[in-house]
Design a protein around this ligand. Sequence first.
Ligand code: URA
Length: 329
Amino acid sequence: MDAILEALSSELRRLKAAGVKTVAVSPESLAALRRLAEAAPRRDSHVAPVAGTARSIGVDSAGPVDRGRASAVVTPPLAQAVVPAPTPAPTRRSEPAEPPVAPKFPSPQPFSIPAGTKAERMTALRERILADPVCRQQVRPGKKLVVGTGSLEAKLFFCGEAPGAEEETQGEPFVGPAGQLLTRMIQAMGVRREDVYIGNIMNWRPDLPTAEGQEQMGNRPPTPEELQYCLPFLRAQLEIVAPDVIVALGSTAAQGLLGAGSFKALGEVRGRWSEFAGKPVMVTYHPSYILRNGSNRSKRAIWEDLLLVMERVGLAISEKQRGFFLDRT
Ligand code: URA
């Protein structure tokens, strides 16, 4: 049990050192952590017990956390509770001081895709990604890397964050609940899912500490290094598909495309045109935001972004479509 808490603590320190400010944790994981912490023998340790109410440990499940495949987000208070202060705790004299955490993640390796038809190039790219040793290393046994899918002639390229549980099991993007909602959003635009292209910034599900033999519970946002590693693969997909418009779903996708630190709150960039690789980008909320906050107001906010996209690519818009989600019930 100690080993699990230590592993979690060390992972959180690694993430913090890598610049990660929030970690998504599902309610199930949180409950499991509480149980672990409560069962752990009290000892002088740098690991603060995870206990108390969600609020008191800084868990915030409210607000437009755009990726939100997890239903709660551990905000800095928990990270602070678990991450040691810079001065080492003087409780265990015999233990060597912890080495400084040096985040190590390989830089992306240059690659080229042979000339050919779109289908040939996409097949080559897919093979390249699926064989990539760094990508493969990130995937738990029995799980899959995920590459985008859809029409290679698509005008619309939807870009999400990272595979979740269902996606890494099936090896397909957006096949879980958020994906089903995305399909309905696309259909509301008068388009079939198979006529757009759907991909992610990340090709693997970012890992969380998980007891051996257990399924990973919850998700976390990718670190900047992970994002940078996968970005060339997204670029290559965009280059092959050459869509008219990219729709960035949520803050991680937006950060990957517009640049980390290019905005603080998603509201600053959503609903406006930006650019990536010479293509117009419309940033909107992630569908999982609607899964957590299904008010007509939130749906309308996404819908207005999608209306702008429809106008841009010349899709016909009926009066009925213009009025979707206007009744604020
Ligand atoms: N959320 C994402 O961002 N991507 C997926 O593929 C699934 C859920």
